[in-house]
Design a protein around this ligand. Structure first.
Ligand code: NAD
Ligand code: LMR
Length: 338
């Protein structure tokens, strides 16, 4: 159904570039955190980034920026601490990556973070409506299933919504699916590409192993365990860290991979496709993760669900009710103004 998912890499070799611009201003919100610091490091190493603004409410954020600024790459790094500096941090940003907010502890669901993180996302987007309404936004903050609807509702309220430019970052699900199936089938995970659709929490995460490239043959009795492992991989890390946060390093890698794909597409590179959780009309739910073709304006084409087998169809059905609830919660949070 969808033709080709180009495997993005962190190197910036470009094909078919038709644009001259290859220097972008990127802001990281939550830059002092467990994800924010290594993600900012990877962005500092990305030659497409020429200005990197590191924003966080943590007072030591200028120290993080100072540390990064000593790295021998050409980009300029600035640190911004405290909410009063948010507007300056966002001003003129072309890409905004958001890992701001509280992570899970063992026993919590991602939805349990809604009470703390909904306001974090709302505040950042309220400011962005003025400071950088045309930026491309990459939301990492959980619960992603509800935070993307929050972001879009805030933009809609301000008459600034461009749904092609607001992404929930679900790349870690793809990265994990690639790793786990690669390990199981004896294929280098770097060569694997498994689309993952639905959302980013538990049963809403639906890996499509039937569409893996290269093609892999997963024994029937192992498919369910493999699917569940991808769905529960975040919890696997939360439990392994035993109260000291959730995935940070693998997420920083995934966030940097996604941001790099966005930047490559902005340069004019063709055929850049990533799975992401976006405002969508490809299923009955208003927000949905699926492969999207990226371009200079953000989403160029939503590739939709595509061909899936009966097992995956059942998993998708299980995802839908939960997705609807998560989406409704995000939308109502902004509409009802609580
Ligand atoms: P962390 O606590 O280590 O870092 C979060 C940072 O956000 C801190 O530095 C904190 O000061 C900052 N922050 C809090 N409120 C803020 C605000 N209002 N404005 C700006 N900065 C603010 O947490 P982490 O491990 O980096 O995780 C961050 C978020 O990312 C969590 O919500 C977590 O659940 C989520 N996450 C998502 C994925 C995904 O796949 N999308 C993967 C891993 C983690
Ligand atoms: C993940 O998938 O690792 C993140 O969503 C963090 C979490 O809470 O599991």
């Amino acid at each position: 159904m969808f033709s080709r998912i180009v495997r993005p890499t962190l190197n910036t070799a470009r094909k078919f570039s038709t644009s001259q611009q290859n220097n972008y201003r990127v802001t990281v919100c939550g830059a002092a955190g467990g994800i924010g610091q290594p993600l900012s490091l990877l962005l500092k190493l990305n030659p497409l980034v020429t200005e990197l603004n590191c924003y966080d409410i943590a007072p030591f954020t200028p120290g993080v920026a100072c540390d990064l600024s000593h790295i021998e790459t050409a980009s300029k790094v600035k640190g911004f601490a405290g909410q009063e500096s948010l507007k300056d941090a966002l001003s003129n940003a072309e890409v905004v990556v958001i890992p701001a907010g509280v992570p899970r502890k063992p026993g919590m669901t991602r939805d349990d973070l809604f009470g703390s993180n909904a306001n974090v996302v709302k505040t950042i987007f309220e400011c962005a409506t003025e400071a950088c309404p045309d930026a491309i936004f990459c939301i990492i903050t959980n619960p992603v299933n509800s935070c993307v609807p929050i972001a879009c509702e805030v933009m809609k309220k301000a008459n600034k919504l461009n749904p092609r430019r607001i992404f929930g970052v679900s790349t870690l699900d793809i990265v994990r699916a690639n790793t786990f199936v690669g390990e199981m089938c004896g294929v280098n995970p770097k060569e694997m590409n498994v689309p993952v659709i639905g959302g980013h929490s538990g049963i809403t995460i639906v890996p499509l192993f039937s569409r893996a490239t290269p093609k892999v043959s997963i024994p029937k009795d192992k498919l369910d365990a493999l699917t569940k492992r991808v769905q529960e991989a975040g919890t696997e890390v939360v439990n392994a860290k035993a109260g000291h946060g959730s995935a940070t390093l693998s997420m920083a890698y995934s966030g940097a991979r996604f941001a790099n794909s966005i930047l490559r597409a902005l340069t004019g590179e063709q055929d850049v496709t990533e799975c992401a959780y976006v405002m969508s009309d490809v299923t009955e739910v208003e927000y949905f993760a699926s492969p999207v073709k990226l371009g200079k304006c953000g989403i160029e084409q939503n590739c939709g669900v595509g061909d899936i087998n009966e097992y995956e169809e059942n998993k998708l059905c299980e995802a839908m009710e939960q997705l609807k609830k998560d989406i409704k919660k995000g939308i109502e949070f902004v509409q009802k103004g609580d």
